[in-house]
Design a protein around this ligand. Structure first.
Ligand code: ZN
Ligand code: ZN
Length: 508
């Protein structure tokens, strides 16, 4: 399988696809999958644009709406995790993942899928300690706070990812695992990004939960974005034999290293379609009662509590979930539009504020698995009808555009020479790192050394027997989980909030 990995997309889908088609044309080899590591900007219309936490000057419709409306079709199967610059109202419709447009699949807050037998896990958003233990209480229209907290990673999603067993081939995140820089050419990174120094020295650069996930699973590859530079690292397991190859890529801009193409061996007998991961589905099912839609502190179960605290499923539990899906784990092609797409011809006028939309894809998934859609729970709390448009809320949303975000200061020249010491060279790969206007570059072979040299072996998706009967599991109230026994939460943030947290918003 030939995979293209993209750093931040920032809505530039047309440019990215054109680049990839150019790469395909150049060497005659099909690219099977595009992976995007966040800041995807799946804005369908001007209302979605208002839900992005960026200053007005950066609010550009870009080109995603064309793929949403059907004007264009994504030429390559595309998957992505969310970042910090997203149409958060749209992504919230798909908390467990789903199609944002035909052939473009969002992984949800966290999830695991397989494509051609390759197991891919992902976590969306960025880490910020003050929202880590909150429930998923945000809903559109967002205010000055929720427009940002909505994309902060929550403990439930990481807790669920920690229940996984077995090997993971590819892990996707938007922000970097904390401490990752010491496994790569940190000096070269600091030459290009000297302002990272204080955060690196105080061990505040990146996400600690991401590093914990990496050090638990040691996926073959970990891809990330967010810091808008290319960086590669090799992380060996302490006392073990596993190794993770980490690669962060830049955002989609001329002369930036934002794309990488690699070959991964997969089982040719398994079609290159997206399937759910049975273990992940079972974890979702078993931990549904831990879902919270409250803003208060929300603990995950711990060793010293009274109830279950490990949700790694048994074979029997997995069988029951498989039965719910009638043994068919292929993700249905059930994309439907939930709002009117942007029409560039339409007269500019009043932009409707975003409302809470229930997405049929999520409804279908939740009904099948027997879990809750957080938006439905929020709707229940809000009452059966959406409240009328509130002018003060609208103004709050508008006013957050005034928050200073200085992505401009990062519009520096190409990170030439960055991270050239970690991965071995590879003849079968190249990085696309230059784009300007209509002239697309021919790919250069061996243009950098940050490439990944190893093929990963394919996996069989085991298809357990379907003969066991389905048991009916009661779903507890999603708001009860804070009452569960004694819990343990790691103290993640010894870092002063001024250092890394303020940088979050600078990185577009
Ligand atoms: Zn970002
Ligand atoms: Zn970005």
């Amino acid at each position: 399988m030939r995979i293209a990995v993209e750093g931040c997309a920032h809505g530039e889908l047309e440019i990215i696809y054109d680049s990839l088609l150019e790469v395909q044309k150049a060497d005659g080899k099909k690219i099977d999958l595009l992976i995007c590591c966040g800041d995807f900007q799946s804005t369908r219309n001007l209302t979605d644009l208002k839900c992005m936490a960026v200053p007005d000057k950066y609010k550009d419709m870009c080109t995603f709406y064309k793929y949403y409306s059907g004007e264009k079709v994504a030429p390559i199967l595309t998957i992505f995790v969310g970042g910090n610059h997203e149409a958060s109202n749209y992504l919230q419709e798909l908390p467990y993942g789903g199609w944002v447009a035909p052939n473009i699949y969002y992984l949800g807050y966290a999830s695991v899928i397989t494509i051609g037998g390759i197991r891919i896990a992902g976590v969306s958003g960025i880490f910020k300690s003050q929202h880590w233990m909150q429930g998923r209480y945000e809903k559109p229209p967002y205010n000055n706070d929720t427009i940002r907290s909505v994309y902060h990673v929550r403990n439930l999603d990481v807790f669920r990812l920690k229940q996984l067993t077995g090997s993971i081939d590819i892990f996707l995140s938007h922000d970097w695992p904390r401490g990752i820089t010491k496994y790569g050419d940190e000096k070269a990174l600091l030459r290009k990004k000297p302002f990272f120094r204080s955060d690196i020295e105080s061990k505040c650069l990146g996400s600690q939960p991401n590093m914990e996930l990496l050090e638990q699973h040691y996926p073959a590859y970990w891809f990330a974005a967010h810091l808008h530079c290319k960086f590669a690292a090799l992380i060996p397991e302490d006392g073990g034999s596993r190794v993770t190859k980490f690669l962060a890529l830049d955002k989609c801009l001329p002369k930036r290293k934002f794309l990488q193409v690699l070959e991964i061996q997969h089982d040719e007998n398994i079609p290159l379609k997206i399937s759910y991961d049975l273990e992940w589905l079972t974890i979702l099912f078993l931990s549904n009662h831990l879902l919270s839609i409250k803003s208060g502190t929300h603990y995950m179960p711990g060793e010293y509590g009274s109830g279950r605290w490990i949700y790694t499923p048994t074979e029997e539990e997995k069988q029951k979930v498989l039965k719910k899906f009638n043994g068919d784990l292929e993700v249905p092609l059930n994309f439907t539009q939930t709002v009117e797409p942007y029409n560039p011809e339409a007269p500019k006028g009043f932009v409707e504020p975003a409302t809470l939309q229930i997405n049929e894809q999520t409804t279908e998934f939740c009904n099948k698995l027997g879990i809750d859609d957080p938006f439905v729970l929020l709707q229940v709390i809000s009452g059966p009808t959406e409240k009328k448009y509130d002018m003060t809320e609208s103004m709050a949303v508008a006013s957050c555009d005034n928050v200073i975000e200085s992505s401009e200061i990062f519009s520096e020249s190409e990170d030439e020479g960055l991270c050239n010491s970690t991965f071995d060279g590879d003849n079968s790969s190249y990085t696309v790192h230059s784009l300007s206007g209509a002239t697309l570059p021919s790919p250069k072979r061996n243009v950098d050394n940050c490439y990944i040299n190893e093929e990963i072996s394919s996996k069989e998706i085991s298809e357990p027997s379907l003969e066991e009967s389905v048991s009916t599991t009661n779903i507890e109230s999603p708001c009860d989980s804070t009452t569960q026994g004694t819990h343990i939460e790691p103290n993640y943030d010894p870092c002063p909030p001024l250092v890394y947290d303020t940088l979050d918003d600078k990185f577009t």
